[in-house]
Design a protein around this ligand. Structure first.
Ligand SMILES: *[C@@H]1O[C@H](CO)[C@@H](O)[C@H](O)[C@H]1NC(C)=O
Ligand SMILES: *[C@@H]1O[C@H](CO)[C@@H](O)[C@H](O)[C@H]1NC(C)=O
Ligand SMILES: *[C@@H]1O[C@H](CO)[C@@H](O)[C@H](O)[C@H]1NC(C)=O
Length: 403
């Protein structure tokens, strides 16, 4: 009887027991790891900046696994692997790397985390020699940094805003010799762009469908989904429509096979909806490249000044036109071949590509090696106004949490 009872109890608990053992083992691994890390790091404390003048030390103040800091790696690995021009930069997130935090050359704050810091969580000791850097890739609308404690705080900004000290956008514009020419605040496009060649004309003959939109976030701050609804109604008048692929539409395109979807876009569609999910100055993402690099005319939606990103006559601006006029113009383009062809003239002069995170991190090291830039005293005085731009009131005054 007793053995039987014992047997039942054991049977019931054996899974639980195994689970607990595994958990304890995992906990002990984590503990050992942390203890070792701590012991290694505490030994390093005697490193002093003065002994390592040739290195530029960069401290990641906020979570190193969050965008965009997650591309910076540890130590100088990213600079070496990325074959950067300068490899003498050293990244760590260990605030106690030196005895004194003022020994770091630069301290980087990731936007998403900076947004949630309290003032007592900021560095307590600062040298005027150091560069405090704000880094962000999310739009100000989704990443509103409103606290006045950041005014007069950052020396450099490293964001998609073109007027940042270090521009880290999504889109890079090249001339046909591969020189970077844009985007730029006062972008100078060629006055005259040549007509497209016959080869391109025949390539474009395969197209037969109006517009495509690949989308997975159905409800956005910018309200693009409502706009598309209106646009569909207006297109109806001309018996045209937008094919919506992905979670928010009726068509599907395998997410794990991007190349297949882009081929479809290239072969079949006249237009592509490069609709941003939120409104912020200069916030233009790789959605623009989906259109441009797949021979579709981009229909843009956002509050960037698009003339900084696209030559005149190469795109349609959904917000500026409104759904009715946009539908009208789409129809005009579809019924006038030469008008349609003119949208591709830019191809005779420019090329578009995505930015590469490692190259962007290289740029930071290059800048830290530029004595003029480093010794120049620069401060972002009204940081909250600058970062949020025209959306300041919307981003910073309407949400209780941003007070
Ligand atoms: C947009 O940028 C262009 C320069 O690229 C400038 O001429 C124009 O005034 C800007 N428009 C607005 C509304 O700021
Ligand atoms: C077609 O568009 C061109 C401009 O690209 C214009 O000059 C021409 O008049 C248009 N043709 C028709 C039939 O509307
Ligand atoms: C960095 O900003 C701080 C705070 O405004 C300022 O005191 C310091 O002089 C600046 N240093 C550099 C090198 O720009």
């Amino acid at each position: 009887m007793r053995t039987r009872m014992y047997y039942i109890v054991t049977r019931l608990n054996v899974t639980r027991l195994i689970f607990i053992v595994i958990l304890m083992y995992a906990a002990s691994l984590v503990y050992t790891y942390n203890a070792r890390l701590h012991s290694i790091r505490s030994q390093r404390k005697d490193i002093s900046y003065t002994n390592h003048k040739s290195l530029k030390y960069i401290l990641q103040w906020t979570n190193r696994f969050a965008l965009p800091l997650n591309t910076m790696g540890e130590g100088n690995s990213v600079f070496v692997k990325g074959k950067c021009k300068y490899t003498n930069c050293y990244v760590t997130d260990d605030k106690e790397y030196f005895l004194d935090q003022t020994e770091f050359d630069a301290v980087v704050f990731g936007g998403l985390d900076a947004m949630n810091l309290w003032s007592f969580q900021l560095p307590y000791n600062r040298s005027p020699r150091q560069k405090y850097i704000f880094a962000a890739s999310e739009s100000a609308d989704n990443n509103p940094v409103c606290s006045p404690m950041y005014n007069d705080f950052f020396n450099w900004t490293w964001t998609y805003r073109i007027d940042s000290d270090l521009y880290w956008g999504y889109v890079i514009i090249y001339d046909l010799d591969d020189n970077v020419v844009g985007p730029a605040v006062d972008m100078k496009w060629l006055d005259k762009m040549n007509p497209i060649v016959e080869e391109l004309k025949s390539k474009l003959l395969s197209k037969s469908k109006t517009a495509a939109w690949f989308v997975s976030h159905c409800s956005t701050n910018g309200g693009r989904e409502l706009y598309v609804k209106e646009l569909q109604k207006e297109l109806d008048v001309y018996k045209l429509n937008v094919d919506v692929y992905g979670g928010c539409g009726t068509l599907s395109c395998p997410r794990d096979d991007e190349a297949f979807c882009f081929k479809k876009l290239e072969d079949d569609y006249y237009f592509y909806l490069s609709f941003e999910n939120s409104f912020a100055e200069d916030y233009v993402t790789e959605k623009l490249l989906n259109a441009l690099n797949n021979y579709a005319i981009p229909i843009v939606y956002g509050t960037a000044n698009y003339s900084r990103f696209l030559p005149p006559g190469s795109y349609l601006d959904a917000l500026a036109l409104g759904p009715k006029e946009l539908a009208h113009q789409m129809n005009e383009i579809l019924t006038n071949r030469s008008k349609y062809h003119d949208f591709f003239r830019w191809r005779n002069h420019y090329r578009y590509g995505p930015s590469h995170p490692v190259e962007e991190v290289c740029k930071l090291c290059t800048m830290l090696n530029n004595p003029d830039k480093v010794s120049q005293v620069t401060v972002w005085k009204d940081f909250d106004r600058w970062w949020n731009g025209k959306e300041y009131a919307h981003n910073c005054l309407t949400h209780w949490w941003s007070w």
